[in-house]
Design a protein around this ligand. Structure first.
Ligand SMILES: [Fe+2]
Length: 231
């Protein structure tokens, strides 16, 4: 992916070339602030309306050409929502592995397997979200580095091993994950992209199912007794 400076240069070149080739705007329209470009085609869009995470720059306002009939502006607005939730899915994959590897207790084998099922589900979510971004002409931004910066999940505790602590930590992670996916359903729906809203609905339903599975291993008495013993 080009860095922001070379992307800016690229955008300037595209605009300059477009102007040199006699490009003109309809009456009342000003010079666009962003372009959707491929080698031979340039569409113009307004700046994005929704920026779910202001901490990161995104290249989502530069879209690849596609015959997809959803409006370019809608697609440009949806891609950053997808990339924000992609970061959460990538984070959940690694949180699940952390729990899978380190859990100890009487229910070890059940939880060890359950946490790996959560990893597999989150991997499927990751793929669905990333590929939707690309289908809409965007770029899936899914490196570990960017996911670590963007994820809105709490960091998974590294020092725990007791199964009840992992049950509590994984329940919190799944609840936060489901909540973010539900917010994305509403955002996609408001923008009019029912397919993306449907995809997030499927993902949030899966998160709720695994939250139920994990919470069913809660043993409040054991958890409280252990905490009391630890002082
Ligand atoms: Fe394993």
């Amino acid at each position: 992916m080009p860095d922001p400076i070379s992307r800016k240069r690229h955008m300037k070149k595209v605009l300059d070339r477009w102007e040199n080739e006699g490009g003109s705007l309809p009456v009342g329209q000003t010079k666009p602030s962003a372009s959707i470009s491929s080698d031979h085609k340039t569409e113009r869009i307004r700046p994005m309306k929704i920026v779910p995470h202001k901490r990161e720059t995104t290249n989502a306002n530069t879209l690849h050409h596609t015959h997809n009939d959803l409006p370019a502006q809608m697609r440009a607005d949806i891609v950053p929502i997808l990339n924000a939730r992609l970061a959460d899915a990538i984070d959940l994959i690694h949180q699940g592995k952390q729990a899978h590897w380190n859990v100890k207790g009487r229910n070890f084998i059940a939880l060890h397997k359950l946490f790996d099922e959560i990893v597999a589900a989150a991997e499927e979510h990751m793929d669905l979200i990333a590929e939707r971004a690309v289908q809409l002409g965007g770029t899936a931004e899914g490196t570990i580095q960017i996911a670590a910066r963007r994820s809105e999940l709490e960091p998974y505790p590294l020092e725990i091993s007791d199964e009840q602590d992992h049950v509590a930590a994984m329940s919190a992670a799944l609840a936060a994950y489901g909540k973010r996916m539900r917010q994305a359903i509403d955002q996609s729906d408001e923008l009019g992209d029912k397919d993306t809203a449907d995809m997030f609905t499927e993902i949030s339903r899966g998160a709720d199912k695994y939250l139920w599975f994990v919470e069913s291993h809660q043993d409040r008495e054991a958890h409280t007794a252990r905490k009391r013993k630890a002082g």
